[in-house]
Design a binder for this molecule. Sequence first.
Ligand SMILES: Nc1nc2c(c(=O)[nH]1)N[C@H]1C(S)=C(S)[C@@H](COP(=O)(O)OP(=O)(O)OC[C@H]3O[C@@H](n4cnc5c(=O)[nH]c(N)nc54)[C@H](O)[C@@H]3O)O[C@H]1N2
Ligand SMILES: Nc1nc2c(c(=O)[nH]1)N[C@H]1C(S)=C(S)[C@@H](COP(=O)(O)OP(=O)(O)OC[C@H]3O[C@@H](n4cnc5c(=O)[nH]c(N)nc54)[C@H](O)[C@@H]3O)O[C@H]1N2
Ligand SMILES: [Mo]
Length: 674
Amino acid sequence: MPRSAPAERWGHSTVRTACPLDCPDACTLDVTVENGRIQKIDGGDDNPVTRDFICAKVRRFGERVYGEDRLLYPSVRKGAKGHGTFERVTWNEALDLVARRMKEIKAARGAEAILPYYYGGSNGLLTQSTNDAELWRRFGTSRLATTICAAPTGAANLALYGKMAGVVYQDYVHAQLIILWGVNPSASGIHLIPYIKQAQAAGATLVVVDPRRTSLAKKADLHLAPRPGTDLPVALALHRVLFEEGHADEAFLAAHTHGANRLREAARPWTIEKAAAEAGLDPADLRRLADLYVAASPALVRCGWGLERNRNGGNAAAAVLALPSVAGKFGVRGGGYSMSNSLAFGLKSAQWIDTPEPDTRLVNMNHLGRALTEYRDPPVDMLFVYNCNPLATAPDQNRVLEGLERPDLFTVVFEQVFTDTARYADVLLPATTFLEQYDVAKSYGPITLQLVRPVIEPRGDARTNAQVFSELAERLGVGEAEDELDTLLRITARMNTPGRELMEKGVATPPHGGTPVQFVDVFPLTPDRKVNLFPEAIAGDAPAGLYGYQPDPATAQFPLALISPATEKTISSTLGELRERAAMLHIHPADAAERGISQSDAVRVFNGLGELQCPANLTADIRPGTVAFSKGVWRKNTYNGSTSNALVPDSLTDLGAGACFNDARVQVALLGKH
Ligand SMILES: Nc1nc2c(c(=O)[nH]1)N[C@H]1C(S)=C(S)[C@@H](COP(=O)(O)OP(=O)(O)OC[C@H]3O[C@@H](n4cnc5c(=O)[nH]c(N)nc54)[C@H](O)[C@@H]3O)O[C@H]1N2
Ligand SMILES: Nc1nc2c(c(=O)[nH]1)N[C@H]1C(S)=C(S)[C@@H](COP(=O)(O)OP(=O)(O)OC[C@H]3O[C@@H](n4cnc5c(=O)[nH]c(N)nc54)[C@H](O)[C@@H]3O)O[C@H]1N2
Ligand SMILES: [Mo]
């Protein structure tokens, strides 16, 4: 295999690769290249669910690769922090400087004063938890709990089912009832949409549980719009109906689960009426959902991530995921649940990280602002950011900003483009995109594993994560330099059959033909292969215990719930550089009228943590009392440089210590007429 393999060298003008970005779908891509430059990005057919179309974001990914915000050379800060002036240096100079500071800090206060800060980046298997993990572990830096996403749902899914594979997109067509719970595939996983449409055409009933009337909610047979953070009582009311009205599948519960009686106890107080009142629903709608669920088979619940981002998120996910066990919906194609299929190939980074995890300080990534401004013994002296853009995406933005502005903080940002966070770097390092390197793309909706191939040479002096972290390790005397092809070969060698197939064919054969049936082909991956319906071990930090509900944090001063859903134009904040217009606050006309706000007026959205200024969009597609502002917006896209994260507390979810993005409670006021 060529070290670097631009299209010409292979004599092709079209390269087969795959999109590893953080989306469940992982499209196969055919990229056309001319004279070493990307001309066209199209879909390919290795992934059976993405063959017909790809998303508009990745179709125009060339605009990021060649865009004016692209980082091409290492550079060091000139001028004041955040001012944005940098001077070009060589990689040797940049890495020497970073290595020297790391050694000095370790000698002065210990390596725990260094905080690596990262998330998925391009989300391929090579760009995270490989050479970077070895470096941090061997050098003894603080550790990071990567909890910004999927921590509560992940904790629930792991505890109940050991993250057993769920129903894949292709099998939605077999369902009689599909419940989309806190998930909006029209933005976050578009290849599911044709299967849902096909199921509906074949007579399936569609239910959407979402505080917003999403485009699928408009096409649904039933839309429940709960107040954000109230899914737990709603799901428990369904359990109560199942248990108390004789619809629980006692045979399944006895054979395949434990803890059912304690779940039954937890659900007992939540009558339909009580849960509906708490969630702001019509009790008749909730009763209809219960009746539909009892009657239908195959019945499928897709549990999304929208319901996890609040104080009750982990318990809500656990209660939703427990439904098919109690109702006995498994064992048929199209029945059961679907969430993340990320473990379907059985691959975990522990298979290729050789260095054991040290017992150093563990920092929750949702507490970045706090860590930078409050932590002592040792304080954070150095922050190394890669694979994420925390100034745009982490909670408590003002505190993160305060931390990044600290004159005594040494910040390294390793990035593809000049993000909000990159502006605050002391040293800026340019990273390759997935079109300029090898990687492995693992989908988590359908079950696929595909090779990501370099399509063009890296632009400028951009380097891969594998190269940079291994070179840094070599400079620090804790490893050897390698490039990402070495890393790829090393890692695929640890994957057994899938790894061999990846290297031979570019795509691995999925287990069970890629369409497993729950409790026929796949079973819980818990130690005893049973469903743990009352996993007490994970309830340790939950303030109200397992399945315990914490009331809404709204106050008279800050009565509105601010949520921040995904958009179809960005992947978190990735591609945000291409957005030109100001992002809007979506508000119900009744809430707007009360405040004298009309369409496109400038508004202030504020609470005790901060203030966001932007135009208002009046829409009846959001429930009154709730307002929405997209996740991933960059600071340039609001009037005052604050995004919704300036209003998001850094409190943690009940299970999994996740982020409470949708627990922001705010007031909205008119700032100026349009
Ligand atoms: N285009 C695009 N695709 C993406 C992403 C992206 O940013 N852009 N992000 C990727 C990532 S990182 C993730 S984690 C997934 C997320 O995928 P999703 O789970 O679909 O994403 P969200 O937009 O966070 O939330 C889904 C829905 O939950 C609703 N919601 C908010 N609060 C609540 C609540 O309390 N209860 C209920 N029932 N619903 C609620 C929101 O209105 C939203 O419509 O998508 C992945 N795919
Ligand atoms: N208010 C609010 N905020 C949210 C959310 C929300 O619902 N509401 N959702 C949260 C969720 S679900 C998530 S997953 C997070 C995501 O937030 P982040 O983890 O910050 O993800 P991105 O914004 O996509 O930033 C990833 C960055 O990594 C860079 N990158 C990509 N590939 C590479 C690589 O190979 N090497 C290096 N060095 N860099 C690379 C990209 O250029 C990009 O800037 O956002 C969270 N933030
Ligand atoms: Mo996410």
